[in-house]
Design a protein around this ligand. Structure first.
Ligand SMILES: Nc1ncnc2c1ncn2[C@@H]1O[C@H](COP(=O)(O)OP(=O)(O)O)[C@@H](O)[C@H]1O
Ligand SMILES: [Mg+2]
Length: 509
């Protein structure tokens, strides 16, 4: 490992954390050396955040001990952690929206002058120095609600540095970043370790571990599986340790000549509620037997495009056709019956009814048609039989086949949605962020299901912020920027760099 021989700065010994009778961390040990980037890898729910919350003093271990620089410590709350030089950037930022960048950074740690009055100028200067030193470009006077998520993360990092952190913990830091911001983040991390700081990163993204970490501890279902030297491992090995079985990354995609156009969007213009042109003269088509991926940074009109196709937004001008039938400004229910299936970006809000059972969620759009109801009376047996088939086919894992959907993990909730939408046999499947927040096992399954649609000669419109996903699945890639399609590329003839550039409003070769 890069820093073999370096001193142990963090030592967690035999940490067990129980929530009631549930064991979230089961006798986990973690050794982190000075100056290294240590990744904590595990599927959703493996217990990563719980382990780090104990290092940061948010939770107390049920049993086990923590040593910092060889000294046993009792981290009773985050103030103790901060005093010990530990800082944590949480998955969900904790900034005060109407305050400025500088105010957020110094909040709770104000520099006062001799009179006990806040010395704002001095504080701002310190913030500027820190941001210069580590390449954390921010405008100290900007208001938080006006800056991008990537910028907000920098504010969180500066806040931690401002408090003198030597050990920095990041919980899923790249989940919210664009590809360019991820590259910049990796550079910033390098500066920290060059400066002798120690970094712990929670993640389930294997590629990023290979790019930035020295060491990786893998946790599965609350148990530590192992520690690996990142320079001597592979994506496949990490995935297998994380999931407990081997995982295939690239989906088999047979060569296919696309058929007739299923979705045709022409010169589409849409305004949002503030009368801002959110979609601007957008044209695209998706053909039978192809996946068209839409790449773009969040907020460039992708959601609005999907909502417009689904009849949830008004078309100002232009047209939308499905199978040559004009559906422009038709009602949502009418459009859904014209052969569209949709995996919504916000699965909790739009994809499921959380307190309904799995069988009921699997027929949400068809509860009033045969075989699920007759003369207004639900046919419980048909609903149950349908569920049994789909639970098996889509590998939906639940405590019982009748379980409520809100008791399932995110990955299994998503399988319920996909199972329902695909079993409707749509000509066009719209998949928005189909694997957001899911772990590799579930991602693998969902990717296969999407490609199978294409192989069965259906059209798929895929919208994703994950460039890897777009590149792996799509036949053609449309890059969306500020409400327009800036370019449509053949996925075999492009790469992450070119797409990343177009996504940021740049020009490709
Ligand atoms: N405060 C809590 N109360 C009860 N259960 C919890 C609490 N925090 C986490 N858990 C459970 O512990 C497990 C591990 O959670 P977490 O550490 O957040 O996982 P990860 O960060 O690896 O995704 C999950 O099953 C989660 O539901
Ligand atoms: Mg977590």
């Amino acid at each position: 490992m890069k820093v073999s021989g370096a001193e142990l700065v963090v030592e967690m010994r035999g940490i067990t954390k129980k929530f009631g009778s549930f064991v979230a961390n089961d006798n986990i040990s973690l050794n982190v050396h000075k100056g290294e980037v240590h990744a904590l890898l595990g599927e959703n729910g493996a217990g990563k955040t719980t382990l780090m919350n104990q290092l940061y003093g948010l939770y107390q271990p049920t049993s086990g001990e923590i040593y910092l620089n060889g000294k046993k410590v009792n981290i009773t709350d985050p103030n103790v952690a901060i005093a010990e030089g530990i800082g944590m950037v949480h998955q969900h930022f904790m900034l005060i929206q109407p305050f400025t960048v500088a105010e957020n950074i110094i909040l709770g740690n104000e520099i006062t002058n001799k009179m006990g009055v806040l010395d704002y100028k001095k504080a701002v200067n310190q913030v500027k120095e820190l941001s210069k030193k580590y390449g954390l470009d921010v405008d100290p006077d900007a208001i938080i609600s006006d800056i991008s998520v990537g910028m907000q993360q920098r504010v969180e990092i500066l806040k931690v540095l401002y408090r003198g952190a030597e050990i920095l913990i990041f919980d899923e830091p790249t989940a919210v970043l664009t590809p360019q911001e991820i590259e910049e983040f990796i550079e910033i991390i390098k500066k920290f370790t060059q400066d002798g700081k120690t970094v712990i990163i929670i993640t389930h993204k294997l590629k990023e571990i290979l790019k930035m970490a020295d060491t990786c501890t893998i946790i599965r279902r609350g148990v530590k599986i192992g520690v690996v030297d990142v320079s001597k491992t592979t994506e496949a090995e990490l995935a297998e340790m994380m999931v407990g079985r081997s995982v295939t990354f690239s989906v088999e995609k047979e060569d296919k000549v696309p058929g007739k156009s299923v979705l045709d969007v022409k010169d589409l213009c849409v305004k949002d509620s503030r009368n801002v042109q959110i979609i601007n003269k957008l044209s695209l088509n998706v053909r039978k037997g192809e996946i068209l991926g839409i790449a773009g940074v969040d907020g460039n009109g992708q959601n609005e495009l999907v909502e417009t196709i689904l009849g949830l937004r008004k078309v100002e001008s232009g047209s939308i056709c499905i199978n040559e039938r004009n559906i422009t400004n038709k009602k949502n229910w009418e459009i859904l019956q014209s052969g569209i299936g949709s995996i919504p970006a916000d699965r909790q809000k739009h994809g499921i009814v959380p307190n309904f059972s799995i069988p009921d969620n699997l027929i949400l759009e068809r509860y009033n048609v045969g075989p699920f109801s007759r003369h207004g009376i639900l046919n419980r047996k048909a609903i149950k039989d349908n569920a049994a088939v789909l639970i098996d086919r889509f590998d939906i894992r639940a405590s019982s086949p009748e379980a409520k959907v809100n008791t399932l993990s995110g990955g299994n909730q998503q399988k319920v949605i996909i199972g329902r939408e695909i079993s409707n046999n749509p000509d066009l499947l719209i998949a928005s962020q189909p694997t957001r927040g899911l772990d590799v096992g579930a991602i693998e399954f969902i990717h296969k299901a999407i490609v199978e649609q294409r192989n069965n000669n259906k059209a798929v419109l895929l919208i994703s912020f994950e460039l890897d996903e777009i590149l792996d699945l799509s036949d053609r890639i449309a890059v969306m920027y500020e409400g327009r399609i800036v370019k449509i590329l053949n996925s075999k003839e492009t790469d992450e760099k070119e797409i990343g550039l177009l996504m940021a409003g740049g020009q490709s070769k």
